[in-house]
Design a protein around this ligand. Structure first.
Ligand SMILES: Cc1cc2nc3c(=O)[nH]c(=O)nc-3n(C[C@H](O)[C@H](O)[C@H](O)COP(=O)(O)O)c2cc1C
Length: 157
């Protein structure tokens, strides 16, 4: 897909098929994370791809309370050093766009209980957990959401 097409086709997907994701596709998502830039090339993050159904469901039940997350076959949990959520968001966006290019749906999920995720996955208390991303085949085709006009977002001087 043309890169601008990838960007414009991405949607927040809130309905997933249960079909598993082939390992070759997951491998591309790992590479997209790996190739992202970060301050001083520090790569101050770790990404946990939760495929195990019991663990995923426990996370959704105890930490997320957003039922659409149950069906996605993978739940990616981003962890980072304190204050490094900015670098992490860049890597996660690389991954999200790579997923779109692979025909996979995703949704950024920032509303969840960090302590519960930390306990379930035994994440070090020094790491932050900025974002979760379900990944799977979309079972819906959401309309494009409205965006502000370019003139409101961009100033060229
Ligand atoms: C940082 C961040 C956190 C978000 N958290 C949630 C969330 O907890 N639950 C949810 O359903 N969507 C969440 N979203 C998805 C947004 O609602 C969605 O991206 C936005 O409405 C634009 O729609 P689009 O992604 O389809 O273009 C989040 C998005 C971002 C970028």
């Amino acid at each position: 897909m043309d890169f601008m097409e990838v960007i414009s086709k991405r949607r927040a997907i809130r309905k997933y098929k249960k079909d598993p994701i082939p390992d070759e596709k997951l491998e591309k998502l790992f590479q997209a994370l790996r190739l992202a830039p970060s301050g001083n090339n520090r790569q101050p993050y770790k990404f946990i791809f939760v495929k195990d159904e019991n663990t995923r469901h426990e996370i959704v039940r105890r930490a997320c309370h957003q039922d659409f997350l149950y069906d996605a076959p993978v739940l990616m949990v981003a962890c980072c050093e304190p204050g490094r959520a900015f670098d992490t968001a860049i890597a996660v966006d690389h991954m999200v766009l790579a997923a779109t290019n692979e025909g996979l749906g995703t949704c950024w999920v920032g509303w969840f209980e960090r302590d519960a995720v930390r306990e379930i996955l035994e994440i070090d208390s020094k790491m932050e957990i900025p974002i979760l991303v379900p990944i799977g085949y979309a079972d819906q085709r959401p309309e494009e959401k409205p965006r502000k006009p370019i003139e409101e977002l961009v100033k060229v001087i």
